[in-house]
Design a protein around this ligand. Structure first.
Ligand SMILES: [Zn+2]
Length: 307
């Protein structure tokens, strides 16, 4: 990635509560992570300027030469893995979805990528709208799912979904840490939910065991794209201040199906060279074998609209 500082802005205050007081948390190359003294949100500085930030989500993001720094190895090829992950997660959402007071099933997935989550939801009887700022991945979604009754839109929430368009469920899987104004988007989501509607969001936990153990080698430190890191306190504050009541916050169901290849690639990031070589030799024959892995370093939150 181009680290020309002309492409970046220095961030001097917390993007959640706008406090200017912070403590230095981590330094990694040109990047620093600071922790807000007020709300404990962690933010990355410098940050790509808004237009440059949007640019990174085009083609290379989805098939990246260096996924440990940016994007995915090959997102579209791993469709089956994401299907399995979301099917498993859906089962854990059933107790919450079954309590919705309306029988109308309408879901908005923000950061929908190629629509894999919505495709699964449609099979469960939900009508879906997918939104992503990546024009490239929305084109892929429209092509791949042309025969499914789904709608995909490219752009930002406030531009592409009218306030009067209401949903019973809005989801954001691994998205809020990429958003420049987290409070702004949560307020926009609240307006677009029916009374009692649910927000489900997933994001990494900077207070987790693995974040503390791996320090700057933690796989969620991808400074171009993960511009915020949260812990439970920060997440609770944000949601309670934007009109939500948290029904569940847990790492229990946030695992993912991955291939052996992914473990080999990530071990390169955290292990000394000889140990990485050992992992590569041992797992070499399992590159395309599927595993379910949960490092308990990501939260899934279910929150209900209260106002
Ligand atoms: Zn703050």
């Amino acid at each position: 990635m181009n680290q020309n500082l002309d492409n970046f802005n220095e961030i001097t205050e917390c993007g959640v509560c706008h406090t200017k007081e912070y403590t230095a948390f981590l330094k990694d190359g040109i990047f620093s992570i600071n922790k807000c003294s007020q709300c404990t949100t962690h933010w990355v500085t410098p940050r790509l300027k808004p237009e440059k930030l949007k640019d990174i989500y085009q083609t290379i993001y989805w098939k990246s030469d260096s996924p440990k720094d940016l994007g995915y190895d090959d997102y579209l090829r791993q469709d089956k893995l994401y299907q399995k992950t979301f099917s498993r997660r859906f089962k854990n959402l059933i107790p919450f979805l079954s309590k919705l007071t309306t029988t109308q099933k309408k879901v908005l997935d923000i950061g929908c990528s190629n629509g894999v989550f919505l495709s699964m939801m449609q099979k469960k009887g939900w009508k879906g709208v997918g939104l992503d700022i990546s024009e490239y991945i929305i084109e892929q979604a429209q092509k791949t799912r042309a025969h499914e009754d789904l709608e995909f839109r490219s752009g930002y929430l406030h531009e592409k979904v009218a306030e009067k368009e209401k949903f019973n469920l809005i989801t954001m899987w691994d998205v809020i840490e990429h958003v420049e104004d987290p409070i702004g988007i949560l307020k926009q989501i609240n307006v677009r939910l029916n009374p009692g509607g649910l927000l489900v969001l997933e994001t990494q936990n900077i207070n987790s065991f693995f974040a503390k153990l791996l320090k700057r080698s933690w796989h969620h430190f991808k400074h171009f794209e993960h511009i915020y890191h949260f812990n439970e306190t920060a997440l609770r504050n944000m949601l309670e201040n934007t009109g939500f009541n948290i029904k569940s916050i847990s790492t229990a169901n946030s695992g993912k199906y991955i291939e052996g290849k992914f473990l080999i690639e990530r071990s390169q990031r955290v292990l000394p060279k000889f140990l990485h070589g050992l992992v590569k030799t041992c797992l070499g024959g399992f590159q395309h074998t599927t595993f379910y892995a949960n490092m308990h370093d990501e939260y899934i939150i279910v929150a209900e609209k209260t106002e």
